[in-house]
Design a protein around this ligand. Structure first.
Ligand code: MEV
Length: 417
């Protein structure tokens, strides 16, 4: 039986047998815990309840010859199915080749309207060594772990602002707290040199220094459908990619498909989805022209795909360590380094994109979407576990599928029992 045809219990058992889950994690997942009460009441402000989302897995990711089962949290039906479909087509060509730059975080201390900005920028420059020491002293423990300050630059901007830009290796953490602490310490010291308060001292979510790339070569045969030849589909996917590079309307949707996968793994691993979105979307507009993030081209007898993403992530710290589900997700990913997680997330984005384009240029997405949408409709209509399957079958026989139809069919179904 295929993975998606198994029951939830069988899936969990299979993941344990394959070494992707420990028996303890399996039991935890089986019991379907919400957040521990103390965590739920202290994680955000004014808590009144918990808002849970399903954790699913996309199996079959071969990344640099290593097999991964990818945990994904999403409320959107068909995202996980599409990710595994993309991964399966890509596996036929040997999988993903990925690479990541070292994970570094950047922060900025900004002064506005410093009188005579060139003079003060020069003053700061002469004190660069001292500013460096202040930054290091603000968070000495990071040196012990092999991380710490890697660069400190002073620049002026628009004849108005002075910026001190620091680059830090935060090791396994995303680095937001670390960098904000260092920036604030540097700001306080620099204020004494400039004789005016800093405008702000904060991490930059532009993660250009930490990019990951994924490349794939998908054989035509792996793309073929019952009705269409793989080479033709490859040409159509390449055309869809070209379109997304010249059409803003399409580029945004193309990238949304990529982010379906990126956000789902980011969330599953307890990382900051808003930070990832902000960074990736700014990268898409890097040339002052918002563009598709990925590229697909026909080469010889395969389809070549590439995706590069700037990602600021962590594998420890803050919520990542506190959230049991994030811990389980990282365990399923075999405790990746931050760089490996960046590569996995980029690979998922590319697989997600391939599956979307493949569906769009062949059958369209509605067919697959609607079959999964039927499940959501059946549940929304109030179907019990043992009724969902029957109701979904009935929904598929209808010319139109919506909640009113689902409720009507459920009523009929119950009358006939
Ligand atoms: C839907 O969530 C995502 C797609 O629209 C992406 C795309 O069009 O490439 C299918």
């Amino acid at each position: 039986m295929k993975f998606y045809q198994l029951t939830r219990e069988q899936r969990l058992d299979k993941l344990v047998a394959a070494g992707f889950l420990t028996p303890a994690a399996r039991d935890y997942l089986w019991q379907q815990h919400g957040l521990p009460e103390t965590l739920a009441t202290h994680l955000t402000e004014n808590p009144i309840g918990q808002y849970t989302l399903p954790l699913g897995v996309a199996p079959g990711f071969i990344i640099n010859s290593h097999e991964y089962v990818v945990p994904m949290v999403t409320e959107e039906p068909s995202v996980i199915a599409a990710a595994s479909h993309g991964a399966k087509m890509i596996a036929a060509g040997g999988g993903f080749k990925t690479i990541a730059q070292p994970h570094l975080a950047v922060g900025e201390v900004v002064f506005d309207h410093a009188d005579n900005i060139d003079y003060f920028a020069q003053q700061l420059l002469t004190q660069r060594q001292k500013l460096w020491q202040v930054a290091v002293a603000a968070h000495p423990s990071i040196q012990k772990y092999g991380g710490g300050l890697r660069d400190l630059q002073i620049i002026t901007l628009a004849q108005r602002f002075i910026k001190i830009i620091i680059t830090v290796d935060p090791q396994k953490a995303m680095g937001a707290n670390l960098i904000n602490t260092m920036c604030e310490a540097v700001a306080r010291y620099a204020e004494q040199i400039i004789h005016q308060p800093a405008l702000m001292a904060i991490l930059s979510n532009q993660a250009l220094q930490s990019k990951a790339s994924a490349q794939v070569d998908v054989p035509f045969l792996a793309l073929a459908t019952k009705n269409l030849d793989g080479k033709l589909i490859a040409q159509r996917i390449a055309a869809a990619s070209d379109l997304a590079h010249v059409d803003l309307q399409r580029a945004v949707t193309h990238n949304k498909g990529i982010m379906n996968g990126v956000d789902a793994v980011t969330l599953a691993t307890g990382n900051d989805t808003r930070a990832v979105e902000a960074s990736v979307q700014s990268f898409a507009a890097a040339n002052n022209q918002y563009q598709a993030l990925s590229t697909w081209q026909v080469r010889d007898d395969y389809l070549h795909g590439e995706l590069t993403l700037p990602l600021l992530l962590g594998v420890v710290g803050g919520t990542i360590t506190a959230l049991p589900m994030a811990q389980i997700s990282l365990a399923i990913l075999q405790q990746p380094t931050v760089e490996k997680l960046m590569e996995i997330i980029t690979a998922v984005g590319l697989a997600q994109n391939l599956a979307a384009l493949h569906a769009l240029v062949t059958d369209g997405i509605q067919r697959g979407h609607m079959s999964l949408h039927a499940n959501a409709l059946a549940i929304s209509a109030g179907a019990h576990d043992d009724e969902v399957g029957k109701l979904v079958t009935l929904l598929h026989q209808q010319p139109k599928m919506n909640l009113t139809v689902a409720k009507k069919l459920l009523k009929q179904l119950r009358q006939h029992v």
